[in-house]
Design a protein around this ligand. Structure first.
Ligand SMILES: NC(=O)c1ccc[n+]([C@@H]2O[C@H](COP(=O)([O-])OP(=O)(O)OC[C@H]3O[C@@H](n4cnc5c(N)ncnc54)[C@H](O)[C@@H]3O)[C@@H](O)[C@H]2O)c1
Length: 260
């Protein structure tokens, strides 16, 4: 029995990488998927992949940091498929640098996309879920929101904010039947990672360091993260709210700072 049969789901940043993986896994489990991304062509590609496999999907090209675009995308989703039972806020940008290397423009943008995007999308779906008797909201955080990693100051601050937001919302909306959790991956084999690794002087060495710093001896896969999203979106996790699921091969419990 598919775990998400007929559940209308909104996935942000679904055009590439882990978000695409979440959208495809949701569809495999029977969900109807609103594919939201900044890039219309990526949305279309992923929506086509879903429909060609017999699923149902809707292209929702929108910037998660823009209230007007988020509002109109959610209205389109509701008009087409009905109110969402699941929100997976996964869209993010990742400027690198220590705090003093971070421009004000980068600081504002990373908070606008990663943190305010969670606020804007959740603000649209919470009243709809409440009216429908419940739902599941999953915010994509990161181990950087739990542990310090070098050179990711602003990005890490947004991920810590998302973990705290999920906990606060879990309490506020528990009696509405809305569960809110966050997921904190370690390093995942994804385009965002490739971009980071390729920009390093010793790309191959950096890649090996990433494998080595995870206690299991390797980085994670997109499917390993998407599977946790499926669990949290499904009724299998009906008593789980306010949790932060680390999907990191043991990185966050290692007890020593990884050397990158
Ligand atoms: N890749 C990793 O190792 C890793 C580790 C921990 C957490 N994460 C988190 O997982 C999520 C996905 O990461 P990824 O590696 O797939 O990244 P990615 O860059 O491949 O994908 C991010 C997606 O978000 C979209 N996006 C960016 N800004 C947007 C906006 N304003 N509105 C709508 N969409 C927007 C992009 O177009 C892209 O499709 C992010 O939240 C990231 O922080 C990734």
């Amino acid at each position: 029995m598919p775990l998400l049969e007929g559940k209308v789901s909104l996935v942000t940043g679904a055009g590439n990488g882990i978000g695409r993986g979440i959208a495809l896994r949701f569809a495999e489990e029977g969900a109807v998927v609103g594919v939201m991304d900044l890039e219309p062509a990526s949305c279309e590609r992923v929506a086509n992949e879903i429909t060609q496999s017999g699923g149902r999907a809707l292209v929702l090209a929108a910037d998660v940091s823009r209230a007007d675009e988020v509002g109109s995308a959610v209205r389109t989703l509701v008009d087409t498929f009905g109110p969402p039972a699941v929100l997976a806020h996964n869209a993010a940008v990742m400027p690198t640098g220590t705090l003093d290397q971070t421009s004000e423009k980068d600081w504002d943008r990373v908070f606008d996309v990663n943190a305010k995007g969670a606020y804007l999308t959740s603000r649209e779906v919470v009243p709809l879920m409440r009216r429908a008797g419940g739902g599941s909201i999953i915010l994509m955080a990161s181990v950087t929101g739990v542990n310090g990693l070098p050179g990711l100051a602003a990005y890490s601050a947004t991920k810590g904010a998302l973990i705290a937001l999920a906990r606060a919302m879990a309490i506020d909306h528990a009696r509405d039947g809305i569960r809110v959790n966050s997921v904190s991956p370690g390093t995942i084999d994804s385009p965002m990672l490739h971009e980071f690794v390729d920009a390093q002087e010793d790309a191959e060495g950096t890649r090996e360091d990433f494998d080595e710093m995870h206690p299991v001896g390797r980085i994670g896969t997109i499917e390993e993260v998407a599977n946790v999203f499926v669990f949290l979106a499904s009724d299998q996790s009906s008593f789980v709210t306010g949790a932060n699921y680390t999907v990191d091969g043991g990185l966050s419990v290692k007890g020593e700072q990884p050397q990158l």
